[in-house]
Design a protein around this ligand. Structure first.
Ligand code: ATP
Length: 458
């Protein structure tokens, strides 16, 4: 049974994810991506972009700035109500989210219940600090937006580090529509950083203060919104499954309480070692966002239908997911501990890790391994790597027994190992080993490119 701890240790040891500023004992809930982590993150981002922008004629890309006019966040409602219910421990000073504390003692709760209801439940259930059993303060709203100043001398220059990427899309709705002459329905997709001063951050990179979101906002005619929402709903969960996430670990969960503006809200959830949690939100936001930005900016953000001349505020369907959170989801799903399978003498009693990650997401696609460090074999390896590295991320490894090297590659999810041996000098063939089946095939060096083109069809 995999534990959160084993995946976290693995992610650090193998260079996927490090604690930020670790040499200074770290900065809580902030993380860095290491050499393998950034490859995996880039691959996920690329596949998402391909799915949204490349495979839809009517979805356009955007990269809006992190800093935005402060009125944006008044219009969006974030200044007034983007908060979590916070309680402090009077003894150890630890901070907790009231709804999460209630859940840990078996009381159903969520952050939209309101402070009064949460305080009543905390009292009725005699909830104390889980860390030191100390007394807690009553819950209060804690705004999650991080602020900074653009001028050292002028107090009115306060701006926020965006807590979501969506607003950059909404305020660019007219720009993108005009520039592309897009007709409704159309979408705008963006991947970028967001910041939230989260209170509960226990589960590694699941919930961090700095993270990236992948968001697609789809602008539609109000009467068509329900149907289009259902279409997106059926495609999004299937997309996560197509990346190899196990079907039994994925489900849709309907929000019990809708935000006041939302028409429909479902989350794609994944079954993490600590329970079912959101990995992507799918919302029908109605006309709330563009109406608010019209009101606060005084600009006309309506869409005029070129055929009927009808003017209206489009409804928005959003598909919003976390890039970092889902790197973690992929790691959790793909991580497997097995009884030693490499046959290595010194590893017989150890568990071996295999990262069964989808081939197209694997950080390293193929490892090139000479059976010996002799120069003629190294030369062949160099030639192979020079060819394959034009298309794929490859790795050369000549240290340790071949079994150990296979094991190292299995651990980081490399789908193929190419072994160059002394026969290769004669027959110009190499052995290609498959991570999952462990089957080995003898392939001509000149045929390798073609062989992998077929293997990596997505
Ligand atoms: P949660 O309930 O888990 O806090 P949320 O409902 O606040 O999530 P949204 O505002 O809908 O999340 O954000 C969309 C997506 O962004 C989420 O599905 C998640 O994948 C990601 N996300 C949100 N907050 C964080 C965070 N603090 N760290 C990492 N990813 C996050």
């Amino acid at each position: 049974m995999k534990s959160l701890e084993s995946v976290v240790n693995f992610a650090k040891q193998k260079g996927f994810i490090f604690q930020s500023s670790e040499v200074y004992d770290g900065l809580a809930a902030v993380y860095d991506f290491g050499p393998l982590g950034i490859l995996l993150k880039n691959n996920l981002q690329e596949l998402w972009w391909k799915e949204m922008v490349q495979r839809h004629n009517n979805i356009y890309g955007l990269d809006a700035a992190i800093l935005m006019h402060p009125r944006v966040w008044e219009a969006s409602g974030h200044v007034a109500s983007f908060s979590d219910p916070l309680v402090d421990c009077k003894e150890c000073k630890m901070r907790h989210r009231a709804d999460h504390l209630l859940e840990t003692v078996g009381v159903e709760a969520d952050d939209k219940m309101g402070i009064e209801v949460l305080n009543k439940l905390l009292q009725e259930n005699n909830v104390v600090c889980p860390n030191c059993k100390g007394e807690l303060t009553p819950a209060r709203d804690f705004n999650l937006m991080l602020e900074t100043q653009l001028s050292k001398t002028d107090d009115s220059s306060k701006v926020y580090l965006r807590p979501e990427t969506a607003q950059g899309i909404y305020v660019n709705f007219k720009n993108v529509q005009t520039a592309t002459r897009a007709k409704i329905p159309f979408g705008i997709a963006q991947v970028g950083k967001a910041f939230r001063n989260e209170i509960t951050t226990k589960q590694f990179i699941f919930r961090t203060k700095e993270f990236s979101q992948m968001e697609m906002q789809y602008f539609v005619k109000p009467e068509t919104a329900e149907k289009l929402y259902e279409d997106w709903k059926s495609s999004r969960l299937a997309w996560w499954e197509s990346l190899g996430l196990k079907a039994e670990n994925l489900r849709y969960h309907e929000h019990e309480k809708l935000a006041h503006y939302a028409k429909a809200a479902y989350d794609v959830e994944y079954n993490f070692p600590w329970g079912w949690k959101e990995i992507e939100g799918l919302h029908n936001r109605g006309d709330f966002d563009l109406t608010q930005h019209e009101k606060f900016s005084g600009k006309n953000l309506k869409y005029r239908d070129p055929e009927t001349n009808e003017e209206y505020v489009p409804y928005i369907i959003e598909a919003s997911s976390g890039l970092d959170r889902n790197v973690f989801t992929l790691l959790v799903d793909a991580y497997e501990e097995l009884d030693a399978r490499s046959g290595e003498e010194d590893a017989k009693h150890e568990k071996e890790v295999v990262l069964r990650i989808h081939k197209s997401l694997a950080p390293i696609k193929m490892a090139i391994l000479p059976l010996s460090k002799k120069e003629p074999l190294q030369n062949i390896c160099n030639e192979i790597q020079n060819t394959l590295s034009k298309t794929y991320m490859t790795q050369y490894d000549e240290t340790g027994s071949i079994g150990k090297r296979y094991r190292r590659q299995d651990e980081i999810g490399t789908p193929y190992c190419i072994t160059v041996d002394f026969d290769s000098l004669e027959d110009k063939k190499v052995t290609v080993r498959d991570r999952d089946t462990m089957e080995q095939e003898r392939i001509g060096i000149d045929d390798l490119e073609k062989y992998f083109v077929e293997k990596f069809v997505v």
